[in-house]
Every structure is written in C-alpha cells, then in structure tokens.
Design a protein around this ligand. Structure first.
Ligand SMILES: [Zn+2]
Ligand SMILES: [Zn+2]
Length: 252
C-alpha cells in the first residue's frame, strides 16, 4: 500500500498545508480519505490516479474534511480523460445521505451523474466492507462529533489507520492495535478546554497504547517546528515518527 498526504492542515488558510485529505493505493483499489479544501487539485499535483479511485471515505462532516466533496464529484462528471465502468463507492457515517442531498440542492441534482455509477453507503461503528483481493476497511466511533469515525484498512497482512478527528480514547487505541501505520490528527501543542482534538502528547500516547509501528502526525493548528515536534512525540512514543506534510508518501 502507498499513502500520499494531500492535505496536512486544517481549515485555516496556509501556504503549505491544505485541508484534510489522503490517498491510499492498494493492489486492486484506491481510497481517498477525506476531501477538504485543496485536496482535489492536490490529486493532480501529486500525480495520483484519481480517475481510478474506487472508494472515498468520509470521516465526519466538518468542512475541513468534506469541503471539496462537490468539486470531486463534479470532476468525475466533467473532468474524466479515461474510460471507466467501475463504480465509485462513497462511505461515511450516518447522515452521509443528508449531506449528499444537501450538496445536490446547492450544486444541482446532476451532481452524481457521471458515466460510471457513484454509490453511497453509510457505515455503523464496527462495520467492515470488503475492498477486494484480501483487503478490507473497517470503522470505529471517535469522540469528536456525533457521527465521527476513524478507519482501519487492511491489505494482505498490512494495516493503516486514520483517526479522522478525535479526542483521546482508549477504545480507539484498541481499534488501532498493532497497525503498521497510524495517521493521527495532532491539533494542538497544549491542551485546550472544550475542544475534542488531540494534543501532540495525546497523539503520541494513542500511538504508544495502540503499539503501532509508525506514527504519521497531521492536521496541525500550530506552526510546525519539525525537530521540536518529533522530540515532543518521542517523550511518549518510541516507534518511528513521521511529521506529515503535503505530498509526503509512505509505503506500507
Ligand atoms: Zn472535525
Ligand atoms: Zn478537522
């Protein structure tokens, strides 16, 4: 598997970090994880085979994770340069149907009318879907919004997990257990009252509790000093640490 970071930022405008988005290439599937502002053009910028995307996973309905959903769907309708008959499946939490209906009201009812079928499936926490060829995607609830999900993708004995947005949770650490790679949100340097996100320390603790091999941190609400960030993460986590940046690719 190969993971490319499309956007390692948040909703805050940044010259270097787009809103949340990741692209995962498997032998027989390719999965985009979240679709925040900038992530659609990043697909081309980082030369990814977006026209062959088989699945889109939506973690939750905050704008930094779904802001470009309508753009992506429109790109599939008007921007295809390859012939394609395989369907695209959009998976996400309960309420995904309402979000898509809302986008149709805003941008026109043809939004999903591409030359191949685009289907949606809402997932309950604990549910798994088959990605073909000994690969699967499963989801777990995160304590962030009422619907928010984390995801785990397994392919031939390898696994990658993505927190979406979350605050610290032991249940989530158990869901990520022994993954090869954990892509974790890492919103703040210091704890903040009333927000359901991870601090640097908590992201490291989550990775340590989950006993994952590699931790990729992303989704920063602070100015990143890479050396200092790594040092801080290593206080709680002894595995390999990768500081996420747009365009960074990780082989799993
Ligand atoms: Zn969020
Ligand atoms: Zn977010």
């Amino acid at each position: 598997m190969k993971l490319t970071i499309l956007g390692s930022g948040t909703v805050v405008p940044s010259a270097t970090r787009k809103s949340s988005g990741y692209f995962l290439e498997l032998p027989d599937a390719s999965v985009m994880l979240d679709c925040g502002a900038g992530s659609v053009h990043a697909l081309a910028q980082f030369d990814l085979p977006w026209q062959r995307m088989s699945h889109l996973f939506v973690s939750h309905f905050h704008v930094d994770h779904i802001g470009e959903l309508a753009s992506l769907l429109t790109a599939f309708r008007v921007g295809m340069t390859v012939e394609r008959s395989e369907p695209l499946l959009i998976v996400g939490p309960k309420g995904l149907d309402r979000v898509i209906e809302g986008l149709k009201i805003a941008f026109g009812k043809k939004l999903l009318d591409s030359r191949f079928s685009i289907n949606t499936q809402m997932l309950e926490p604990g549910q798994t879907i088959d990605l073909g060829n000994d690969s699967r995607l499963s989801v777990a609830k995160t304590p962030h919004t009422i619907e928010s999900l984390a995801v785990r993708i397994e392919c031939r004995g390898k696994s990658i997990c993505y927190t979406g947005d979350t605050k610290y949770s032991e249940e989530l650490a158990a869901f990520f257990h022994k993954a090869n790679v954990l892509v974790s949100e890492c919103s703040y340097l210091e704890p903040r009252e009333g927000t359901k996100h991870l601090t640097v320390r908590e992201a490291a603790r989550l990775a340590a509790r989950a006993e994952v091999s590699r931790l990729v941190v992303s989704h920063f609400y602070f100015e990143v000093d890479e050396a200092r960030l790594k040092e801080e993460l290593r206080r709680e986590y002894s595995g390999e640490v990768i500081v996420g940046k747009d365009g960074l690719a990780v082989e799993i």
